[in-house]
Design a protein around this ligand. Structure first.
Ligand SMILES: C[S@@+](CC[C@H](N)C(=O)[O-])C[C@H]1O[C@@H](n2cnc3c(N)ncnc32)[C@H](O)[C@@H]1O
Length: 211
């Protein structure tokens, strides 16, 4: 349906033979619109944990499922989405991807979520949700490895208000991420999410730490 080249490589949006909308980066499957429960759980886990989701930051727009799940909560004040690929934002703006951009509570910053989070004032957001790769062990871009380091996780913690949470999506269990989250937050809640992916049973994971 659409193809774009960025400095990080090739981004492809395609309609599969089974009718699914699929996003690929550099030939690697990133996600489709058939199995989105874990992307939605990333949002609901954060929404359940915080008292008031006045301001939420999401890393990775993708096909918009995490953002849409946030918007379904009438308590949500605003969501700032950091998305590194400008063409993906344009594809959603033009309707190639069902849009979440019309909701006045949504704003998109085109850029690296690491920079976007680092520039936030301290103690200014209620939740940060990260879903920018297939997880720490299956990166879309090598530079993203820094996102799962305890130093960046500590930056995330410093941007959270009291009672705020960080939730991180992963396609595989990661003992290293769990340890890094626990070292920064004192504890890490791990939620396995059983999913059916193109005929196969898989398990995805959501990692959560609270301030
Ligand atoms: C798996 S998708 C996100 C899926 C999303 N949670 C959803 O519900 O559709 C990952 C997204 O993160 C973006 N991305 C990758 N690295 C990034 C980074 N460092 N900063 C911001 N966005 C990034 C990709 O372009 C892609 O749109």
């Amino acid at each position: 349906m659409a193809r774009a080249a960025s400095e990080r490589g090739e981004l492809v949006l395609r309609r599969r033979e089974d009718g699914a909308l699929e996003l690929r980066v550099n030939g690697v499957f990133v996600m489709d619109d058939q199995e989105t429960s874990s992307e939605e759980l990333l949002a609901s886990a954060a929404l359940e944990a915080v008292r008031r989701p006045d301001r939420v930051v999401v890393g990775g727009l993708g096909l918009g499922y995490t953002v849409r799940a946030l918007l379904a909560d009438s308590r949500l004040g605003e969501v700032v989405v950091a998305e590194i690929e400008p063409d993906l934002v344009s594809w959603m703006g033009s309707g190639l991807i069902p849009s979440v951009l019309d909701d006045r509570r949504v704003s998109v910053v085109v850029g690296d979520v690491r920079a976007v989070v680092t520039e936030l004032p301290d103690a200014s957001v209620d939740a940060i949700l990260l879903d920018v790769d297939n997880g720490p062990d299956f990166l879309v871009y090598n530079e993203n490895s820094a996102i799962y380091s305890s130093s960046f996780l500590a930056v995330c913690r410093s941007k959270l208000r009291d009672g705020g949470v960080l939730t991180v999506w992963s396609s595989s269990a990661s003992a290293a991420l769990e340890a890094a989250m626990a070292s920064v937050f004192g504890a890490c809640k791990v939620t396995p999410v059983p999913v059916r992916l193109q005929g196969r049973d898989e398990t995805y994971y959501v990692y959560q730490g609270g301030s």
